[in-house]
Design a protein around this ligand. Structure first.
Ligand code: F6R
Length: 583
């Protein structure tokens, strides 16, 4: 999703620094990019559709702003790419978020010349009016920002200073002896400095040779609180792998071992769940499926009921929350706005917040009363794999901690890590399967119980990487409608773990086989693999309640190989972004 990177300081290499910063955030997904730097007494703006080039002819300047855009308002073209400028090209702006009242604001700007269809450009013209009215840049920006509706991060420059403010969308400032960096992702700042200031909602920073920090509402001066973070720069390299997705899939055994090193947070959160009067899991996409798994797992392992809601739906059901409720937000990025917003709302009601995230310092991390870091390492492929692995492992550990059997939880996680190594060693088999089914238009994935969220996650992985329409079902639902979709040769993946779902799921496999499906079995149950119902069987040893962990690796690899064999880039699925910071 959109990325912001800016620099002001002593170095004359500002455009180069900004270009490199944009490279560091490009994994978040974008469709166009742009860089602006002062030239004589206005700005030179370079904008392009598509991805950043390998190199760039860097001019010399001590200030630059750069942006990677993920289109929301207005199509993907150069005019709509950021930075945007005012009529005189003396002010430039980069923006993340959505100005919900931009049409209303634009109507008041009849005399201005618009070059794009974006909501963002409206902001810079509004600032132009205020600035021409002899206000300082920070006063002009503050006045305009207060009129914007929605969640926005705005960074503006007049060539001498950078002014930035936000609500909702993340913004971080880095400081070193050389100058100041501002970015929407702290990871992009880390190659330059670990000294960071996280701008809070409703606050504003002005950067020149010094830094000033303000409340937007009344421009009251605040004391900036820089923190020295001890993280590694996350520009993970591909090493010997052709894609980040494959690398991240192969890192998963280690990710599982990381989860069992320190169980103090698990015990603490289990204690909070036990005390709470109602526990709610929220997450989106893959993280949402990890949450849904929690509902099944807690009930199966600990006889404990928890609630789950997709982040974007939570506001419609939050009426049940009280100050005795516990909200557990699960998010790789920690920035997903559909989770951040309901967490903010719940916090205002006095709800205790637990965040399980892969990103230190992220919005959700900072909002939480109890924070757990996933320790999955940087995840750069858009499709989440190893973060899901870490989320599910922690949910399993929480379930076993609630049942007072944490050691058993640890032992099945260890067993799963070993089993995943075996799955990875057999990846060639999955690649061959991908070759057989890659031209299919539709694909269905069936599971019951714990394997139902697994079926949903498998379908998501396959559809986002290969663009094959894939749907996951609770296999009991087949006869209630979806069976009508099965035709001769339709690939259907059936998860057959060695648990209470085996008999019923096998019966469902027979039903799709009888309608001509190409049935792919995954799992282990004595003799099942020899059952003629399967056209292809991928055997995975039973790992009890954590069998979902090696099973999902099958689907991740299938998604990966389907993409590669269809000539697609599995790391950057079309239309998707790594960090979804707009509603
Ligand atoms: C799918 C995927 C997404 C994310 C979702 C939430 O592979 O990656 O569905 O899981 O956008 O993102 P986070 O976990 O960052 O909140």
């Amino acid at each position: 999703m959109c990325g912001i990177f800016g620099y002001i300081g002593k170095s004359k290499d500002a455009p180069k620094k900004v270009f490199n910063g944009l490279i560091d955030i490009e994994y978040r997904g974008y469709d166009s990019w742009g860089i602006a730097y002062p030239e004589k007494d206005s700005f030179k703006i370079v904008k392009k559709v598509g991805f950043l080039p390998k190199s760039f002819d860097f001019p010399s300047a001590n200030l630059a702003l750069g942006h990677t855009r993920w289109a929301t308002h207005g199509g993907v073209n150069e005019a709509n790419a950021h930075p945007h400028s005012d009529c005189s090209e003396k002010l430039v702006l980069i923006h993340n978020g959505i100005v919900e009242n931009y049409l209303e604001l634009k109507r008041k700007l009849k005399k201005h010349k618009f070059k794009s269809e974006t909501d963002s450009e409206v902001i810079v013209h509004l600032i132009e009016d205020e600035y021409k009215g002899k206000l300082s840049l920070k006063e002009a920006v503050a006045n305009v920002f207060k009129r914007l509706e929605g969640l926005n991060a705005v960074v503006v420059s007049d060539g001498l200073e950078i002014v930035a403010c936000k609500t909702g969308s993340p913004l971080v400032v880095g400081k070193n002896s050389d100058g100041f960096i501002i970015a929407s992702d702290p990871n992009a700042i880390l190659p330059q400095t670990n000294n960071l200031l996280f701008i809070e909602d409703g606050q504003m920073v002005s950067l020149s040779s010094s830094l000033e920090y303000y409340e937007i509402a009344d421009l009251k001066k605040l004391e900036p609180k820089f923190i020295e973070v001890a993280w590694e720069h996350s520009s993970a390299t591909l090493a010997q792998y052709p894609h980040f997705m494959l690398k991240e899939i192969f890192e998963q055994p280690q990710v599982l071992y990381n989860q069992i090193q320190d169980l103090e947070s698990i015990k603490k959160i289990a204690g909070q769940i036990n005390k709470a009067y109602g526990t709610y899991f929220i997450g989106c996409g893959t993280a949402g499926f990890a949450c849904l798994l929690g509902v099944y797992l807690f009930s199966k392992v600990a006889r404990k009921h928890v609630n789950f809601s997709i982040g974007s739906e939570f506001n419609y059901t939050e009426d049940f929350l009280t100050d005795k409720s516990l909200l557990i937000a699960i998010s790789q990025s920690g920035e997903t706005i559909d989770v951040v917003e309901p967490v903010n709302a719940a916090k205002r009601k006095g709800v205790q917040i637990v965040t399980i995230s892969n990103t230190l310092g992220s919005s959700l991390y900072r909002l939480a009363d109890t924070k757990m870091l996933l320790q999955a390492g940087p995840e750069k492929a858009v499709a989440s794999t190893k973060a899901f692995m870490a989320m599910v492992a922690n949910i399993i550990l929480l379930g076993f901690a609630l049942a007072d059997k944490l050691a058993q939880g640890v032992s099945i996680i260890e067993k799963s890590a070993k089993e995943i190594e075996k799955v990875l060693a057999k990846s060639e088999e999955i690649s061959k399967l991908a070759l057989i089914i890659k031209d299919s238009e539709h694909m269905y994935i069936l599971g019951r119980g714990l394997s139902y969220p697994l079926a949903l996650e498998s379908a998501l992985k396959i559809k986002e990487t290969s663009y094959i329409h894939a749907e996951g079902f609770a296999s009991g639902e087949l006869k209630h409608g979806a069976l009508a979709l099965i035709e001769k040769g339709t690939p259907v993946i059936v998860y057959v773990p060695d648990d209470e779902t085996k008999g019923a799921v096998m019966a469902n496999a027979m039903e799709v086989k009888a309608r001509g499906a190409f049935v792919i079995g995954v799992g282990f149950a004595d003799g099942v693999e020899e059952n003629p119902v399967f056209d292809f069987f991928f055997k995975v040893a039973d790992c009890g309640a954590s069998s979902i962990l090696p099973h999902v690796v099958f689907a991740q690899l299938l998604g990966y190989y389907l993409a590669v064999q269809k000539g697609l880039n599995p790391d950057k699925p079309r239309n998707l972004a790594k960090s979804v910071v707009v509603r």
